[in-house]
Write a protein that binds this ligand. Sequence first.
Ligand code: GDP
Ligand code: ZN
Length: 428
Amino acid sequence: MDIQTNPNGSDSGTFAGTVVSVSQGRCKIQNGQIYDGILPKNLTLRQQSELAVGDEVISRQVDRAFCRVEKVLPRRTVLSRKDPKAPHIERIIAANIDIVVVVVSIKEPPLRLKLIDRYLVAVSAGGAKPLLCVNKIDLVHANGRRQAEDALRPYRDQGVPVAFCSAETGQGMEELKRLLSGNLCVFSGHSGVGKSSLLHALDPGSNPAVDAVRKGDRKGRHTTTASALYELADGLRVIDTPGVREFGLSRIEPSELKSYFSEFDAYATGCRFANCSHLEEPGCRVRLAVRDGLIPRARYASYRRLMGEEDAPPPAENQNPETGFRCAHCGNTVLAEGAGSSHRNHCPRCLWSLHLDNRPGDRAACCGGLMEPVAVWVREKGEWAVIHRCKECGAMASNRIAADDNETLLLSIAVRPLSMPAFSLERL
Ligand code: GDP
Ligand code: ZN
């Protein structure tokens, strides 16, 4: 133990230790032995923002079992979230963690990429490394696993390790242990994905400290609301806190989000609007960079999901399933019912479209520019489609015509080459 003798000659001194549990006004500090830590008033009041499990603290020994916490040392990393009731206050959930294990399952509950995106942003903000743990693989067949691997590949490509395992059958658990051993970790993820089961599977043996706190059912379900650090086998240390388990469901401010997508920065300076959200503004260079493959599509898709653009028909204020949309070119109000599909891509009156799409990738359409109808294309079985060309970026896209599209205008576009022939028609 690293006790310095007190200058006044008493037998109590100060020492550095790790906070291994925090509960109302109290904490436990480990330094060879476990001390009951007494918190000074200012720390008690601001406990959750000032002291967390994993913190390294300087304490003054009071007697054999008690010490008084004097100072919290600077943190290497944190996992924090905003107080849902007071968003300006940052609540530290865990400190000095090496790895945040983001636990997901493919089935029961289903894989939710948006939740993963949120966790990854928060983890990166706090400086720890993320690891994606896909649990319950015993519930899916080879095909389901392959689909999950495809869905998660973009994360792997970003350098996030992905481990497939089953707390139930033990499959993949050795690999998970190998990835985590020697690190201080927290497990977080949606409830029901198997976090408690994984902790139990990682440490099935006797760990009195763990058992005392986890006096739940045989599966190791937690019944406590306290946060604690557990020493498991193989040098793996795990912080378990109720805060971590709820974490990730709090909101991330849109304005804050952009800063976590640093690969946008080089292009964002070229956007027409300085405060461009890169979602639908015209003149957005970020979307052009996505289109041109300079920014990974999967990263942009994560960004859109986090900005709440996942399922909304584009653009949010311009079109909605109940009221249709207002044409950005002619101002016509387009009702949804005439459309014949869940959303339409052009105005039936002027036939203009917006170069925008829900999901980057399906039409490679994401610059936000206005698209002029430039030609008619006759597809298989005589079906007509309008070919649009973006005024902004020049990209072309085709769009099936609807029953209520402006027929006169369609015909005039179709015959336009005849009215402006490139050679003399008399020659024919
Ligand atoms: P937590 O809310 O994330 O802590 O999830 P739990 O550990 O409480 O697990 C939720 C449920 O999923 C429980 O009924 C577990 O028995 C079950 N479960 C956990 N891991 C697995 C697994 O790998 N395979 C299967 N089939 N079920 C699992
Ligand atoms: Zn932009």
